[in-house]
Design a protein around this ligand. Structure first.
Ligand code: HXC
Length: 297
């Protein structure tokens, strides 16, 4: 059962990047269930169509999928213009991300770009595409970005993600000040372990889970369990609603207290050896290849 009035987000029009799966899908569903019109972006048209249909059925709301790869600045701008031609967005959720666990010395420039082009560049380009239209049209706007607790602790073995997410946290604080006078607010959520397929396969691939036992249980989390998507969605609804318009520039962790007790990052992987990393890399690369095949199918 929801903790909010069913029409709390009536009149809102919210874009969720990476909304076809995982946490983005859960937030999209929650927004639609509370009356918002929702647009979801993702790389795979068929996944978006399926998700949009499923969420329409589940919520009775208006949900549209648009295949946009946020690594492509031109596609972002063109699609954003088409959205605003029909009426301005009221909210943007920067949720799309990419990540994989690796020793940093094993990363090529291309590997760094694979992450940064989504998380840093894609988030910036999407935010500016919405923001400049809000400013030009004199509209209010509300930006919510999904980051990680690594913005405070660093992210050993996930350096491109940690660098990019820290940049998104800096963007959040910067724009809260720069765009605040224009009626635009910007906040971020730093989720801890909320199991999703995309993240788990790349951050806790089977050889790593077997070796460390990590990801199997929740013993390092003070709340002794993983997060439930509805809990993250409830926080996102609150931030996207008009009930807290004075809240801006904040990064809010929702992680069961994990980062305060154990850092919530991969620092413990320091004792893996070369053969462990070979197995981890090949598991991740098979996942990436399988996903690429699905995108081109
Ligand atoms: C070293 C690796 C590697 C590995 C890939 N590479 N895996 N290097 N170790 N394990 C290198 C490749 O060799 C290549 O470089 C480059 O990275 C790009 O690899 P591709 O396989 O071509 O990657 P690509 O198809 O672009 O896919 C990468 C990706 C993918 C876009 C990041 O993982 C993806 O689609 N992810 C979306 C879903 C996802 O990751 N969700 C998790 C988000 S979790 P060379 O030089 O060989 O060309 C998150 C935070 C979670 O953001 C926080 C939890 C607490």
């Amino acid at each position: 059962m929801s903790i909010y009035r069913a029409d709390l987000l009536q009149g809102e029009k919210i874009l969720v990047t990476g909304g076809g799966t995982g946490l983005g899908k859960s937030m999209a569903q929650a927004f639609a269930a509370h009356g918002a019109e929702v647009i979801i972006w993702g790389r795979r048209g068929s996944v978006l169509d399926e998700t949009a249909a499923e969420l329409r059925e589940a919520t009775g709301g208006k949900i549209t999928g648009q295949a946009v790869d946020i690594r492509n600045a031109g596609a972002i701008d063109e699609t954003m213009q088409a959205i605003f031609d029909e009426g301005p967005l009221t909210g943007l959720v920067n949720n799309a991300a990419g990540n994989f666990v690796s020793r940093t010395e094993d990363l090529s420039p291309n590997a760094f770009n694979a992450i940064a082009s989504i998380v840093a560049h894609g988030t910036f380009n999407t935010t500016v595409a919405a923001g400049k239209r809000w400013i030009a049209g004199g509209h209010k706007g509300n930006i919510l970005s999904i980051v990680t607790t690594w913005v405070w602790t660093g992210g050993p073995f996930t350096v491109p993600s940690a660098m990019s997410k820290a940049g998104v946290a800096a963007m959040t604080q910067s724009l809260a000040v720069e765009w605040g006078p224009k009626g635009i607010r910007a906040n971020a959520i730093a989720p801890g372990p909320f199991p999703t397929k995309g993240a788990w396969e790349r951050l806790m691939p089977e050889p790593l889970a077997k070796k460390t036992g990590a990801g199997q249980g929740a013993s390092t989390i003070p709340m002794r369990r993983f997060g439930e998507h509805i809990e993250l969605a409830n926080l996102a609804i609150f931030l996207m609603s008009g009930g807290c318009d004075y809240l801006t520039g904040e990064v809010i962790a929702i992680d069961g207290g994990q980062w305060l007790t154990s850092g919530g990052n991969f620092g413990s992987l320091n004792n893996l050896d070369d053969s462990d990393w070979d197995m981890i890399k090949s598991a991740i690369q098979s996942t990436n290849a399988a996903d690429r095949a699905k995108r081109t199918a």
